[in-house]
Design a protein around this ligand. Structure first.
Ligand code: WTA
Length: 647
């Protein structure tokens, strides 16, 4: 049997190598039992490794479903990312090694970053931003994005990063929901050789954002595009930074003061502003970065996520910087200009830890092993995966062709709401199984529950978290009720419902099965079906729509939209394209439907609810089950026939 054949059996598992184990931070499986016995003491030990300006009086105050961690403690996130390193030998260590898509490069040491963050903090203050004010950031993946986040944190302002791929309308809604006073954006950013005109899109949003007083615009060097600067409102970043003082005291924040808001899709048409606070969040990302990635001072850590998502917040910015790590940041696409761009970056900077998404790994698989084989990847010692379930084939391919069979693979499960990784191997301890995120991190208790809330020992059910953890969300911005109903009402107020299905095997390993609610995971991005449906019915020709996911080889799921049109509208290929473009314009390109299926009618139950399960089955081409609850069963048959003709 060849090595590959041996690995492709279903029951394969991988022990950490003796070599890896020998140098790892944590190798004693006892850590699980110790954390289980006293989780508060477990987290407190990590908290002690951070810098506080006033100690906490209590580790946890838990009044389900509201938690306070490190009660009365005072801490500043920016000081923990910067000041705590510049007094040490790390002062001139590289904090960010950045590469732009066109190939421009910059390195910022911890001392550089500290000064620029202080300068921008002073700029923000001069523009009237104070503690508790919200600042929206709509940026390409450039160091200034991290600088702006840390500058907000330094003065106690709350950042709300809006992914640069979102549309003007999405930006507008997020700014208005958070009532942001200031927006930081850029003239443009690069994507597959094209310039994304961020300022132009921001201008569109700014026509309807009365709370915004000032806009700061970063000039992204190459982007030679016309930028309109509105007198009295818009200022250039480089002009404001020029001469700004290079020190700025870090505001002592209460552990429970808000650090940031990050919008994510849920089960309604309106994205939710997930609220994270300071102390507990920092402890969570600090601890998990250190243990899950076995981070050492000579590591070069590359998390490929955009900072616009939670993965970028926790594992490009706050987690690695609290640990004093060297972080690689790359602005662009993995296949630009060639399909070996990632491997070129790994080779060029000697990346030791790579953290990416299954969707990227599946694309690499399709492109072929010749691309990673062209480059020297021997610096890599650990690989991570995040964002969606990883299929065993992709896991094994990653392990063999990127990790050279020597690197442990950590498949990490978590969410925007959880703030940090919660289910994951510990690379020096855990025997991994391809496709399983393995075990809850020490101090975390998860359960697989039946619909009725009965714990499943072996088998499938719904994933729940049964104890609070430091980095957990503290709420939904401006909607305290939704926080309770969405997450803590399924079974009881002290049990958190994740929205994910999961399976437990005989060894107690967790296998994540994807969302069980109306949220889709498309290419690792969270998209609410209701958001796409609202965007579709916003089109003047559309009467009704229902959006479901269908399995997709690379993206995990593809977006499949069933649409009924208004009387007299002519159906055409052109109309389908028009609707796809409409959704991309309303939400952003990530939400563009893959399929538009025109239907005479949508299948509904007698009580008028759209039968999504049935639509999913049609989209997947599965046999139709019992449809007796349909008001007009022939609708389904017509739909199915039509779908099969078109697919
Ligand atoms: C999914 C991203 C399986 C899951 C950090 C979750 C995963 C949603 C994994 C959160 C994983 C994330 N295995 N599924 N390792 N990681 N997910 O908020 O469905 O963008 O609920 O956070 O992604 O997506 P979010």
């Amino acid at each position: 049997m060849s090595e590959i054949d041996a690995l492709l059996r279903e029951d394969r598992s991988f022990e950490p190598s003796a070599e890896f184990r020998a140098g790892a931070h944590v190798t004693d499986p006892e850590v699980y039992a110790r954390a289980e016995k006293d989780p508060e003491a477990f987290w407190e030990a990590f908290a002690r490794e951070l810098d506080w300006t006033a100690p906490w009086t209590r580790v946890l105050d838990w009044k389900p479903p509201h938690a306070q961690w490190f009660v009365d403690g005072k801490i500043n996130a920016s000081a923990n990312c910067l000041d705590r390193h510049i007094g040490t030998w790390r002062r001139n260590k590289a904090a960010f090694i950045w590469e732009g898509e066109p190939g421009d490069r910059r390195t910022l040491t911890y001392f550089d970053l500290y000064r620029q963050v202080c300068q921008f903090a002073n700029v923000l203050k001069d523009l009237g931003v104070g503690k508790g004010d919200r600042v929206a950031l709509y940026m390409p993946l450039v160091p200034e994005l991290a600088i702006a986040m840390l500058a907000c944190a330094r003065i106690g302002a709350v950042h709300s990063v809006v992914f640069g791929g979102f549309s003007a309308e999405s930006l507008r809604d997020r700014i208005n929901d958070a009532q942001a006073r200031l927006l930081v954006t850029a003239d443009g950013g690069y994507r597959r050789g094209a310039i994304v005109p961020l300022k132009k899109m921001a201008d569109e949003a700014l026509a309807e954002t009365p709370s915004i007083e000032h806009v700061v615009v970063v000039r992204r060097g190459y982007a030679d595009i016309p930028v309109h600067m509105k007198e009295g409102r818009d200022r250039w970043y480089h002009e404001l930074m020029d001469g700004a003082p290079i020190t700025c005291p870090a505001e002592p924040m209460d552990a429970e003061d808000m650090l940031y808001i990050l919008y994510t899709s849920g089960t309604t048409g309106k994205p939710k502003g997930i609220v994270h606070t300071t102390g507990g969040y920092l402890v969570g990302v600090y601890a998990t970065t250190k243990w899950v990635f076995d981070l050492r001072d000579d590591d070069v850590f590359w998390c490929t996520a955009d900072i616009g998502w939670v993965t970028g917040h926790s594992y490009v910015v706050y987690g690695p910087l609290t640990n004093g790590a060297t972080v690689v940041m790359y602005e662009g696409a993995p296949d630009w200009p060639e399909k070996d761009r990632f491997w070129q970056i790994v080779e060029r900077y000697g990346v030791t830890i790579l953290y990416t998404a299954p969707t990227a790994i599946r694309a690499f698989m399709r492109w072929g092993t010749q691309w990673p084989a062209k480059r020297d990847l021997s610096s890599l010692r650990l690989l991570g995966s995040v964002g969606e379930p990883i299929n065993p084939e992709a896991w094994v391919w990653y392990h063999l062709n990127v990790g050279g069979s020597r690197c442990p693979v950590v498949d990490t499960w978590w969410q925007t709401e959880t703030g940090c990784i919660l289910i994951t191997p510990l690379p020096g301890i855990t025997r991994t199984k391809p496709g399983s995120a393995t075990q809850p991190f020490p101090g975390i208790t998860a359960q697989v529950l039946s619909e009725k809330g009965v714990p499943v020992q072996v088998g499938g059910g719904l994933l729940a978290l049964t104890r609070p953890w430091p980095a957990m969300l503290r709420g939904i911005y401006g909607d305290p009720e939704r926080y309770v109903t969405q997450y803590w009402s399924r079974w009881s107020p002290d049990v958190y419902f994740t929205g994910d299905g999961a399976k437990l095997d005989e060894d107690g390993y967790y296998w994540l099965l994807g969302r069980v609610d109306d949220v889709l995971n498309v290419a690792g991005h969270r998209i609410g079906t209701m958001e796409v449906e609202s965007a579709l019915v916003d089109h003047p020709k559309v009467a009704e729509s229902a959006v479901v996911g269908r399995p997709h080889q690379i993206k995990g799921h593809a977006l499949c939209a069933f649409v009924t049109v208004k009387e007299g509208v002519h159906l055409s290929e052109g109309l389908a394209d028009e609707l796809k473009a409409h959704v991309a314009h309303k939400i952003g390109a990530i939400a563009r439907p893959d399929d538009i299926i025109f239907a005479a009618d949508l299948p509904k139950t007698r009580s008028g609810k759209i039968m999504r399960r049935l639509l999913r089955d049609i989209a997947e081409g599965k046999a139709l089950g019992d449809t007796t609850t349909l008001a007009d069963p022939s609708v389904v048959a017509r739909l199915r026939d039509q779908y099969q003709d078109e697919a």
